[in-house]
Design a protein around this ligand. Structure first.
Ligand code: NAP
Length: 295
């Protein structure tokens, strides 16, 4: 039987870990998984190695093109993820796409973002264009807002001051579980030719603002968390004082402030169609991550 050899970029991050987990759960015998990491000695890579037998680590650094040829040696398919701090698409992703062409890669599944087609300035839009113009067969996955932001980027403030601060007012966000994105990625990587040339919005079924979200967390966990909507300038200076990098703060502002001026996110049934499952609800996510919300 033909065994696909799949390079997973961003393997040690939220999405990458979930993609690997789902590939191992559903396609263990028909794929070989190659996590692309900058440092295989780092604890996150060592943890992956302990969890899954038979991983073939590759060294890959988007900021160092000399790592590309070896990382792509023997690879058929690439799961491509843009690390959030890399926004210079031409400088860092054009050489990577060129390397995919040189190595005659069978296809690429790119982790994009919902609404990408409406904004030509966001890096994902530029990466989608590079890929579609390259002639490499592709699938684009466009997820909505990750539930896991609550336990990663928003967690510092939750832990320190039992509150969420974002400049979002009452803007609605569609909440998706990263595990659902991993499931879809595994389906698409496992049957790549069936889905070639398509783009899928991966969403949950709930559009909720942060006020309603915090209410749900408090109901489920008996906490007394708060939501404070800052204006973007106060948000910038507050985050600066807590030591965050300017680039990170600007991305947070874009992600959380712009939805105030946009229509509610579109709810897609692509996840259900591709996996046959119903998307996870926020309530179930909060229940699963209960210990993270107990302060
Ligand atoms: N958060 C949301 O709500 C949301 C919604 C839609 C789309 N997205 C998109 O999802 C992506 C982020 O996914 P994530 O949450 O899984 O990210 P993450 O947890 O921050 O992980 C980033 C991964 O990229 C790797 N990485 C960092 N710099 C690298 C480099 N120079 N070369 C190669 N690898 C590098 C990191 O590996 P190391 O271990 O080496 O650091 C890590 O594995 C972004 O493109 C974001 O725009 C996010």
């Amino acid at each position: 039987m033909f065994m696909s050899k799949i390079l997973i970029t961003g393997a040690s991050g939220n999405i990458g870990k979930s993609v690997i987990k789902q590939l191992f759960s559903h396609l263990k015998t028909s794929v070989s998984v190659y996590p692309g990491v900058r440092n295989p000695g780092k604890s996150s890579a060592l943890k992956l190695e302990r969890l899954y037998q038979g991983l073939n680590f590759k060294i890959l650094d988007f900021e160092n093109p000399s790592t590309f040829p070896e990382a792509l040696e023997d690879i058929d398919l690439v799961f491509l993820l843009r690390p959030s701090h890399i926004s210079e698409v031409k400088k860092y992703f054009q050489p990577f796409i060129n390397a995919l062409i040189d190595k005659k890669i069978r296809g690429v599944v790119f982790l994009s973002v919902q609404g990408v087609e409406k904004s030509s300035v966001i890096p994902h839009n530029k990466i989608e264009k590079l890929i579609s113009q390259s002639g490499i067969p592709y699938v684009f996955l466009r997820p909505s807002y990750f539930m896991q932001n609550l336990t990663t980027t928003l967690y510092d403030e939750l832990k320190r001051n039992q509150r969420i601060i974002v400049p979002s007012g009452e803007a609605l966000f569609n909440w998706v579980d990263v595990e659902s994105i991993g499931e879809v990625a595994a389906v698409v990587l496992g049957h790549f030719e069936t889905y070639t040339g398509q783009a899928f919005d991966i969403t949950g079924y709930e559009n909720l603002n942060f006020l309603e979200l915090v209410r749900q967390i408090n109901e489920s966990t008996s906490q007394n968390l708060e939501y404070n909507s800052f204006n973007p300038i106060s948000f910038y200076f507050y985050q600066k004082r807590t030591g965050k990098a300017s680039g990170f703060i600007m991305v947070m502002i874009m992600l959380h402030f712009l939805p105030r001026f946009q229509p509610p996110p579109v709810i897609s049934n692509a996840y259900e169609k591709l996996t046959g499952n119903k998307p996870n609800s926020l309530r179930k996510f909060i229940e699963r991550e209960r210990s993270s919300f107990s302060f």
